[in-house]
Write a protein that binds this ligand. Structure first.
Ligand SMILES: NC(=O)c1ccc[n+]([C@@H]2O[C@H](COP(=O)([O-])OP(=O)(O)OC[C@H]3O[C@@H](n4cnc5c(N)ncnc54)[C@H](OP(=O)(O)O)[C@@H]3O)[C@@H](O)[C@H]2O)c1
Length: 334
């Protein structure tokens, strides 16, 4: 039995109006709950901060997952170690990932918890083998049909999902163009990750740069952001092109979502447009990892993580995702 008695938690106390602010949260200390038969207690060491969290904080009940209720611990996934167990499948010392929330300790019955190889660094697990890599692999390799020689454009290209999408596509022999919000990110995806080109959507002439970098049009568009470049990419889609809609972060903080491109091109170009969310595929994680891990083992997937220190750094840190201030997978180390 451990001697830990207090658990610091961060609770959601108000709904966001636009970007996340500190007033939406309160920090509380509660006794660590006692575990019962069939349960275990984890000590969380790393939490993942993700754009979807803003959606979970809103009152929207018409989405793929219910909102976090007010006064509940803020929902998040994380990396933890089992420190007490009365569960037959989880032993003290196991490294696990799961939805532990913004808190130091969590009790679980094992549902939705994955055991991970303890020799892998936590930031690598959260940046590659957890949500970002699963999302990139599901969207690119299981929903689209990427073919060698095709041209792919990926938005949010230096982000945790987009950077893996681009690297998987490069490994499959595609021409890969990434859309990013800074010259540093453009430099990273081209000179370190090996993308064929980058567009800075904040400073480049979008139409000119996109036309120059996609001389043969676009066969596959992996959409992570939305924003003004979406219509231009849509206009350059080739016949029978595919669009995978993974995220629309440009619209998460605005009151009125931007209008999408006109549908006439879907007919003229016979396009396939497919949205998806990972919770629909969590039961298929082993199959998705089977596709992803060989690329990781061959050294074809690089990552960078942006680590904030201390539980409460999550409160101000979440907004980095919406300003573009994060340089890689945004993680809080507790
Ligand atoms: N469908 C799913 O199941 C699923 C799962 C995971 C993630 N996602 C989605 O995938 C997208 C990327 O997520 P991530 O976790 O990999 O985050 P991320 O890309 O690591 O971080 C978010 C990035 O979005 C960019 N951004 C912010 N505001 C923007 C705007 N107005 N216009 C264009 N870009 C903007 C910023 O990069 P720049 O500096 O380049 O602007 C920021 O760094 C998000 O939309 C997220 O919701 C979906």
């Amino acid at each position: 039995m451990s001697s830990i008695t207090q658990n610091t938690q961060i609770k959601l106390i108000a709904r966001p109006q636009g970007a996340p602010t500190a007033e939406l949260f309160k920090v509380e200390t509660q006794p660590v709950p006692k575990i019962e038969t069939g349960q275990f207690l984890v000590k969380q060491s790393h939490m993942s901060l993700d754009p979807a969290m803003l959606g979970w904080m809103s009152a929207d009940r018409d989405s793929y997952i219910p909102p976090v209720e007010l006064n509940d611990v803020m929902r998040s996934s994380g990396y933890a170690e089992v420190i007490e167990s009365q569960h037959p499948d989880f032993a003290v010392g196991d490294s696990v990932t799961g939805m532990f929330g913004w808190q130091e300790y969590a009790v679980s019955n094992g549902q939705g918890i994955n055991k991970v190889d303890p020799s892998l660094p936590a930031d690598m697990v959260l940046s590659v083998l957890a949500l970002p890599g699963l999302t990139a692999t599901q969207g690119l390799l299981r929903m689209a049909q990427p073919k060698s020689g095709d041209t792919l454009v990926v938005t949010g290209a230096a982000g945790s999902v987009g950077s893996i999408v681009g690297q998987l596509a490069k490994a499959k022999g595609l021409r890969v163009i990434g859309v990013v919000g800074s010259d540093d990110k453009a430099d990273w995806i081209v000179n370190i990750l090996g993308f064929d080109g980058a567009i800075n959507y904040k400073t480049d002439n979008l139409n000119e740069k996109l036309t120059e970098l996609t001389p043969d049009g676009i066969d596959l568009f992996f959409e992570n952001t939305g924003g003004p470049i979406q219509s231009l990419i849509f206009q350059r889609m080739n016949a029978h092109g595919q669009i995978i809609v993974c995220g629309m972060i440009a619209d998460y903080t605005v009151a009125e979502p931007a209008p999408g491109p006109n549908w006439i091109n879907i007919i003229k170009k016979r396009l396939t447009i497919q949205g998806f969310t990972m919770p629909d595929h969590f039961h298929e994680v082993p199959q998705i990892l089977e596709l992803l891990v060989p690329f990781v083992q061959k050294g074809q997937i690089q990552y960078r993580s942006h680590t904030l220190k201390g539980l409460t750094s999550a409160i101000g840190g979440l907004n980095l995702l919406f300003t573009g201030g994060n340089q890689g997978k945004l993680i809080v180390e507790l």
